[in-house]
Design a protein around this ligand. Structure first.
Ligand SMILES: Nc1ncnc2c1ncn2[C@@H]1O[C@H](COP(=O)(O)OP(=O)(O)O)[C@@H](O)[C@H]1O
Ligand SMILES: [Mg+2]
Length: 307
């Protein structure tokens, strides 16, 4: 029998109701019947185009709002109904989120030291045989930053990549066991994206940190993650081992996500007709995917798909 999962989602639903100024209210089904589990020390990629429900799923796991129905458990305990406040704090501590914009989540008036000292103190993360200063240094070294050169700096004095390292450091300082990384590299220079991905991989392999990695880039998800869930319209349309999904995607929408990556270059080279054909084809795939209400069904060892 396999070990109990660190994180489980069971038939999670979330619908947003939008009140438009004049017309009728509009319902957006942001999460529909989302179920998956994630083992401690492993990583799962949530992949899909903008609007597919990835961030809503991440924020639901972080307990940032109440889901409509279903269950989200961390170490077997439902996150929303942890009884005592101490229990709630424990769950909240274990699950931390890192956002797309590394600047937005840092306070511009505070130094790196302040950003890391607070969680270390608040969550009593300094062991008896260590000092606050030692823990600050250790946390920065963990995210491959030079403590002496970084501690007294303000966010604006750091590069985007360094700021994202601070956000990861802060999650570690709190004592995160699961980090939800919502497109953590998409606002960074292409040249440093890989180094942040490498860092997360190291934190997973060497520190046993569990990752929910949100990205629109199906092609690179397998670098960090064991499994991938491809999302469209609030649903998981395909799920399986990340390397298999990249090598041999089964759902038309997964194939579309993969084909749109190299096509960025072909699109520039190709004539307009080709681009138009591709765009028509993409729309047809999206329409067909949206229309299907088929359940997620097994299509082989560890793999699932909606037909
Ligand atoms: N706070 C919100 N209020 C209303 N609609 C929302 C809200 N957040 C997201 N949505 C809608 O839910 C859907 C999924 O959004 P989101 O989870 O942000 O997708 P993704 O992260 O994949 O781009 C989209 O249609 C989006 O417009
Ligand atoms: Mg998003």
């Amino acid at each position: 029998m396999s070990a109990p999962a660190f994180l489980t989602l069971d038939q999670v639903h979330k619908t947003y109701t939008l009140k438009t100024m004049f017309g009728p209210t509009k319902q957006v089904k942001a999460l529909q019947d989302i179920s998956f589990s994630l083992q401690k020390g492993q990583a799962l990629a949530l992949v899909g185009e903008s609007g597919s429900g990835k961030s809503t799923c991440g924020r639901a796991v972080a307990g940032m709002f109440q889901i409509d129905s279903g269950k989200i458990c961390v170490e077997g305990k439902p996150i929303a109904t942890a009884h005592t406040s101490k229990e709630k704090r424990e769950t909240a501590r274990k699950v931390q989120m890192v956002f797309q914009d590394p600047f937005a989540s840092l306070n511009p008036t505070h130094t790196v030291r302040h950003h890391l000292e607070r969680p270390l103190k608040l969550h009593k993360r300094v062991p008896a045989d260590s000092t606050l200063e030692d823990e600050l240094h250790r946390t920065l070294t963990d995210v491959e930053l030079d403590p002496a050169a970084t501690l007294e700096k303000y966010p604006h004095e750091l590069s985007g990549g360094q700021r994202q390292r601070i956000n990861l450091a802060r999650a570690l300082a709190v004592g995160a066991e699961l980090i939800i990384a919502d497109e953590p590299t998409s606002m960074l220079d292409v040249s440093i994206r890989r180094s942040i991905l490498n860092l997360m991989k190291r934190l997973k392999d060497e520190r046993g940190i569990t990752f929910l990695y949100i990205t629109h880039d199906l092609a690179t998800a397998h670098y960090l993650t064991e499994n991938t869930a491809v999302m469209f319209g609030g649903r998981i349309v395909e799920y399986g081992p990340s390397d298999q999904i990249v090598r041999d995607p089964q759902h038309a929408y997964s194939k579309l996500l993969l084909s749109s990556v190299p096509s960025a270059k072909t699109k520039i080279d190709a004539n307009f007709e080709h681009a138009k054909d591709f765009s028509n084809f993409a729309d047809e795939v999206r329409k067909a995917t949206a229309a299907s209400t088929a359940p997620l069904a097994s299509i082989g060892e560890g793999r699932m798909m909606r037909s």
